[in-house]
Design a protein around this ligand. Structure first.
Ligand SMILES: [Cu+2]
Length: 267
């Protein structure tokens, strides 16, 4: 303790690291705090289940309540209501793995949602995978880490500021489009294709996984951003967006939001 106090005292201008909030996912439940302070927050999703899960954080607007959100989800193919803001969070992570997302949260009412389809075709939220989260007024002195790379989402594409080399990369993901988008990052297993990854994820993860899901950004509304730090091993990767289109209801993957890229060995 003495050492850390001395370190802080000698760097009075140093920015505070984001608070870490750990969320544990099982099949099909979130274990998380009921309330957290506002400010810059690293949402850390530990997947302790047997299926892929994500953490899609939404903020309830217009005085809406958690009960109203639960009711809105009570349909065989629920869509996000118009009165939520998509705030992001770590996207799909394979069993046994952990992924984090750094977001800046204002006070308010939020819900953690998992929208990954189960084998019965219904999203995990329909199996009870949602949890209320209250964000209280807290500290405002933490900052997001400076990124190495920018990743913009548009209607309907992914744009990197530069190629990704192997190693640990900090990526700022910004949604500049009209519609909400997500960035699911998955490493393709040898010989597997993006089409196989799409089918496997859509059909409730039947059979051997063609990919390892390593996080990314869950739904981000227009103008929202988050920062992620990912360790990229050399290999082939794919970015995917499953959010239904505002015009035709088809997933954005069907509008071209499937981007493959290769990470080369570190030099
Ligand atoms: Cu799930």
């Amino acid at each position: 303790m003495l050492v850390s106090v001395a370190t802080v005292a000698s760097h009075p201008m140093r920015a505070q690291a984001p608070q870490i909030v750990t969320v544990r996912a099982t099949d099909y439940k979130f274990e998380a705090p009921d309330s957290i302070p506002s400010g810059t927050t690293s949402l850390r999703l530990e997947n302790a289940g047997k299926e892929v899960h994500h953490l899609w954080l939404v903020q309830l607007k217009d005085g809406r309540t958690y009960d109203q959100f639960v009711k809105a989800m009570d349909s065989s193919s629920p869509n996000m209501p118009s009165w939520v803001v998509d705030v992001g969070g770590p996207n799909d992570v394979s069993p046994g793995l952990t992924a984090s997302a750094i977001v800046t949260l204002e006070p308010g009412r939020y819900v953690l949602v998992c929208y990954v389809p189960a084998v019965d075709g219904r999203p995990h939220v329909m199996h009870g995978m949602l949890k209320q989260l209250t964000v209280m007024t807290g500290r405002a002195d933490a900052t997001e880490p400076a990124p190495d790379i920018l990743l913009r989402t548009t209607d309907y594409a992914y744009e990197f500021s530069k190629p990704i080399a192997a190693g640990t990369r900090t990526i700022r993901i910004e949604n500049t489009a009209e519609q909400s988008h997500e960035v699911l990052i998955a490493r393709l297993h040898p010989g597997k294709t993006s089409a196989q990854a799409l089918t496997w994820l859509n059909a409730g993860q039947r059979g051997a996984a063609p990919v390892t899901a390593i996080g990314g950004a869950s739904g981000l509304s227009k103008g929202r951003h988050q920062t992620i730090t990912v360790n990229f091993e050399p290999g082939r990767y794919v970015l995917l967006c499953f959010i239904p289109d505002a015009k035709d209801g088809r997933p954005h993957s069907a509008h071209g939001m499937v981007k493959e890229f290769t990470v080369g060995a570190a030099k």
